[in-house]
Ligand binder design. Structure first.
Ligand code: C2E
Ligand code: MG
Ligand code: MG
Ligand code: MG
Length: 284
């Protein structure tokens, strides 16, 4: 872990500043109305097994179908929802849509595990685990059908109740995933305290890892942590065939990214899968 921390320091000193986001962000009232009027729609992005190409999971990524502005991305409204007490309502909508979609996929013979992103603000409420459990039951699904993703950098902030709520979720047999790994500062001790099932290596250390030593070293150190703690490893941001070949050779478990699929509306998943099965054959 010491070695990983040194690598991350080197990475930070080398990394260029991120381009300034000039996209519009929205006000509290607008976001509140969007939630109430049902303007939020989940897109879904597959997680596939590197060794076999099999569909293992699907991550719900929320979009806002804005009547004037068109498709609005989460960066433009999640922060507002978190800061102004709207994230519980938003998570409720995303979770319930995702579970309904899971039922429709089941009718079509697809049974990917559903991943939903959860904010630290959601974890302030001690009854969050009960809420999730009742939603899953209401949709006739099992706790093992759901995995909750929490972003690493947020997790390490001082958050009252978060550890308690994560433990309650785990006791109810929900799976937990640590998102954007490598962007926060988890210590091994903290990782051991929270029983995560899955570790998602941030896209900054995935795309081009085969051609860049620092990126590759951080990727492999993260993969080792996942292995040593018995977690499923997921590479985010897999953008081309070179990334795929590198991850396959490295022994990473799952892959997610534009190379496999862009996030899509739920109804598009069966057609994507048929296409992917054909494309995957040519990769092996
Ligand atoms: P995330 O959970 O880390 O999701 C991955 C993001 O990377 C998504 O952006 C996805 O579209 C994008 N991505 C996937 N594959 C690739 C690739 O190959 N290359 C590149 N460059 N990007 C890729 P998106 O959908 O804009 O979501 C951004 C973030 O917003 C998510 O990051 C997540 O933290 C947050 N978010 C999305 N939906 C929700 C939600 O329902 N609730 C909460 N609390 N946060 C959400
Ligand atoms: Mg995520
Ligand atoms: Mg991520
Ligand atoms: Mg992210």
């Amino acid at each position: 872990l010491q070695a990983l921390e040194e690598l991350l320091e080197r990475w930070k000193s080398r990394a260029l500043p991120r381009p300034v986001q000039r996209k519009k962000t929205y006000g509290t009232q607008e976001v509140r109305r969007a939630i109430e009027l049902g303007e939020l729609l989940n897109y879904y992005q597959p997680k596939v097994e590197l060794a076999t190409g099999a569909l293992r999971g699907v991550e719900a990524l929320v979009r806002w179908l804005h009547p004037e502005d068109g498709l609005v991305f989460p960066e433009q409204f999640i922060g507002v929802a978190e800061e102004h007490g709207l994230i519980d309502a938003l998570t409720r909508v995303v979770l319930s849509q995702a579970l309904s979609q899971a039922q429709r996929w089941r009718a079509e013979g697809l049974t990917p595990r559903i991943a939903v992103n959860v904010s630290m603000e959601n974890l302030r409420r001690l009854d969050f685990a009960d809420f999730v459990a009742s939603e899953v039951e209401r949709h006739g699904l099992m706790p093992s059908d759901l995995i909750l993703e929490v972003t690493e950098s947020r997790l390490m902030q001082d958050a009252p109740n978060a550890l308690d709520v994560l433990t309650r979720l785990r006791l109810k047999r929900f799976s937990l995933s640590i998102d954007d790994f490598g962007t926060g500062h988890s210590s091994l001790v903290q990782l051991r305290n929270i029983p995560f099932d899955e570790l998602k290596i941030d896209q900054g250390f995935v795309h081009g890892a085969g051609q860049d030593n620092t990126r590759g070293a951080i990727f492999e150190a993260s993969l080792n942590i996942a292995r040593q703690l018995g977690m499923t490893s997921v590479a985010e941001g897999v953008e081309d065939a070179a990334d795929w070949a590198y991850l396959l050779a490295a022994g990473c478990d799952l892959a997610q990214g534009y190379f496999i699929a862009r996030p899509m509306p739920g109804h598009a998943l069966p057609a994507w899968q048929a296409d992917w099965q054909g494309r995957h054959v040519t990769l092996v």
